[in-house]
Design a protein around this ligand. Structure first.
Ligand SMILES: [Zn+2]
Length: 314
């Protein structure tokens, strides 16, 4: 079975073919052009057809298509309600792509929800789990009894905009202050690390010596090398994450929490303080929830698009 999958991210867009076992057969990438939404969706359709042709599967061979979008999608998996990073709003994404591709069996969904679907369908996730993406921003998805929870306005899982800092709240891209995303995202870590490099000559010298980039990955490299000011930045972020997760795990009793996104590769640096915050704040019976990085890597959202198709086509 050939399933078309499209993952439109904040900076890049991937289209490819996936089979029913979640094996990625081919993928192609372009830059996400945010200035003209319809033009970009047309390019996505062309990219998918190009990938299919290159693999030797004509459009008629596709069973259907799933799409991951960087924003909120309505309950019918059709309309992109809002993609804040791209500035897109109320775009009939599914109908547009159905027309462009000539394929009716096509559905769209928020990318983080689709990551959770990929974990559920292709990677043996339990029936109750949370998925947290920590990259430039922070997003979340909730799977309860084997189903992705959408919430009344498709906003379930919006962990990134819970308030976690009240004494020195930083501005968040959402317009509010003190959000988890403003204090514990990859962008937040990068900002703090850049400041550390500017203010601490020892940090700057060590970063140069180790070729560490001035971002969250560079901060992780220094933290792993035992440089305590870099380690402290991860401790702080981990504490905020645990603080935000505590009421959620107490309420939902997930079996596992998966972390995805770039910062997930540094999960080991975030875990000690995350664990202690959970221990201090969550219900005792839920605080020991298993926490692990996803094994799906950067393809999680693309594979999740295929999982969405399989779920909807049932
Ligand atoms: Zn926010």
């Amino acid at each position: 079975m050939y399933i078309g999958a499209i993952d439109i991210g904040g900076s890049k867009t991937i289209a490819g073919l996936v089979n029913e076992n979640g094996e990625l057969l081919i993928e192609k990438q372009i830059v996400t052009e945010k200035s003209d939404c319809a033009a970009h969706f047309n390019r996505c359709a062309a990219l998918l057809l190009e990938a299919a042709a290159e693999y030797g599967a004509p459009a008629q061979a596709l069973e259907g298509v799933g799409v991951s979008l960087p924003g909120m999608v309505d309950h019918s998996h059709s309309v992109l309600l809002l993609a804040p990073g791209a500035g897109w709003r109320d775009f009939p994404a599914a109908e547009f792509l159905r027309e462009a591709l000539g394929i009716r069996a096509l559905w769209c969904e928020n990318d983080v929800n689709n990551c959770a679907r990929a974990e559920l369908r292709f990677a043996g996730a339990p029936e109750n789990f949370l998925w947290i993406t920590v990259s430039t921003g922070i997003g979340g998805a909730v799977v309860a009894d084997g189903r992705v929870l959408l919430g009344c306005n498709s906003l379930a899982g919006e962990l990134g905009h819970c308030k976690v800092e009240f004494e020195h709240p930083l501005p968040c891209p959402c317009g509010s202050r003190g959000c988890l995303e403003a204090h514990a995202s990859g962008a937040a870590l990068s900002r703090r690390f850049a400041r550390l490099l500017a203010e601490d000559p020892q940090a700057a010298a060590l970063a140069r010596e180790r070729g560490a980039s001035p971002d969250a990955a560079g901060c992780a490299a220094l933290a792993q090398a035992g440089f305590s000011p870099a380690r402290a930045l991860f401790d702080r972020a981990g504490g905020y994450l645990g603080q935000a997760l505590a009421p959620v795990v107490s309420m939902l009793n997930p079996e596992r929490v998966y972390f995805g996104g770039g910062v997930a590769r540094s999960l080991g640096l975030l875990l000690p303080r995350m664990r202690s915050a959970l221990g201090a704040r969550a219900a005792e019976s839920c605080a020991g929830v298993e926490i692990r990085a996803t094994g799906l890597g950067y393809e999680a959202s693309l594979l999740g698009a295929a999982a969405l198709f399989l779920e909807q086509a049932r």
